[in-house]
Design a protein around this ligand. Structure first.
Ligand code: IPM
Ligand code: MG
Length: 358
């Protein structure tokens, strides 16, 4: 049956990088992949057109799609809007509305780019980490939240870090299952020495471990995990953590690989339906210049093929094509060594599509 893919370009460099992914999807369709492509509005682009960062039509389109490809949201021109109208709320609304609780953020260092990392090559060579971030709970969504005025007139801001056992169990099982398919070592990251909710997190992970005797479970406090990520990142196989810790650690892990412009992500629901997006943001500083690196978006298409469309061979073909263009020496600005020649967004996208058929 034809699989419906919803494309949400969003803001900043979103439309440019997504255009390259559309080209790739069209090439795959021409090669026999049974997909139909649809477009929708999200973020600031949706606010400009419809007055809301997540219009009802977009949520309905997303609910009907088999998979979603998102570019990026946000930009300085939207920062003064009231919070519910900001572009980020479009993204958070989709995550919550579609119950995409399991966020997979791989950090893989392509050997061709070992020199692009700010860490020594021997520390990062061969790096292959998967961060599993809980995405629909924790402090991002906990109630109550807000800013209130105290009796003395002083303002007080507050957010709530809350996890139910069932939420922890759901993300825990997702992480154990993924770990089974990789190096079988799972590190759960918490702050159990200070926060009761993450003490429950740790106890729940320990309870679940009994069902996955083939996986080795370890625990680490988040501050130590941040330090270990830059000290000796190759000690990790899979890390599982809360929404906010995962937000922070995944940016750190991304930078180990040299450029955040290389890394895709998947956000999955319980049935494997997913939203796929590069983990970098909308990069308003380079938007419209044709210099953004489209590879994270193309690799997000590969994740979509693997996790939502059951097309492991096509996923591997896309990943191989990306490796080939790196072998050919093609570099966008963000992954070029000083003085090295660079290509633009479109050239890079064309090269991957060409390498796919090679
Ligand atoms: C991410 C981003 C988002 C987040 C923002 C844009 C809301 O930083 O996907 O990591 O904090 O989750
Ligand atoms: Mg983030």
């Amino acid at each position: 049956m034809t699989k419906k893919i919803l494309i949400l370009p969003g803001d900043g460099i979103g439309p440019e990088i997504v255009a390259e992914a559309r080209k790739l999807l069209q090439a795959l369709r021409a090669g026999g992949l049974d997909i139909a492509l649809e477009e929708g509005l999200i973020g600031g682009a949706a606010y400009d057109a419809k007055g809301h960062p997540l219009p009802d039509e977009t949520l309905a389109q997303a609910q009907q799609a088999d998979a979603i490809l998102l570019g990026a949201v946000g930009g300085p021109q939207y920062e003064s809007l009231e919070r519910p109208l900001r572009p980020e709320q479009g993204l958070l609304g989709l995550r919550a509305g579609l119950k995409l609780f399991s966020n997979l953020r791989p950090a893989i260092l392509y050997p061709q780019l070992a020199g692009a990392s700010t860490l020594k090559p021997e520390v990062v060579a061969g790096l292959d980490i998967m961060i599993v971030r809980e995405l629909t709970g924790g402090i991002y969504f906990g109630q109550p939240r807000g800013v209130r005025e105290l009796d003395n007139g002083e303002k007080e801001g507050f957010n709530t870090l809350v996890y139910r056992e069932s939420e922890i169990e759901r993300i825990g099982r997702s992480a154990f299952e993924i770990t089974r398919l990789r190096g079988r070592r799972l590190c759960s990251v918490d702050k159990a020495n200070v926060l009761e909710v993450t003490e429950l997190w740790r106890q729940t992970m320990i309870r679940l471990a009994a069902d996955y005797p083939d996986v080795e479970l370890s625990h680490m406090y988040v501050d130590n995990a941040a330090m270990q990520l830059v000290r000796e990142p190759k000690q990790f196989d899979v890390m599982v953590t809360t929404n906010m810790f995962g937000d922070i650690l995944s940016d750190a892990a991304a930078m180990l690989t040299g450029s955040i412009g290389m890394l895709p992500s998947a956000s999955l629901d319980a049935a494997g339906k997913g939203m796929y997006e590069p983990i970098h943001g909308s990069a308003p500083d380079i938007a419209g210049q044709g210099v953004a690196n489209p590879l994270a978006t193309l690799l997000s298409v590969a994740m979509m093929l693997r996790y939502s469309l059951d097309q492991a061979a096509a996923a591997a073909a896309v990943e191989t094509a990306v490796g080939r263009v790196l072998d050919q020496g093609l570099r966008t600005r963000d992954i070029a060594a000083p003085g090295e020649a660079t290509v633009g967004t479109v050239e890079m996208g064309d090269a991957v599509v060409a390498a796919l058929g090679a």
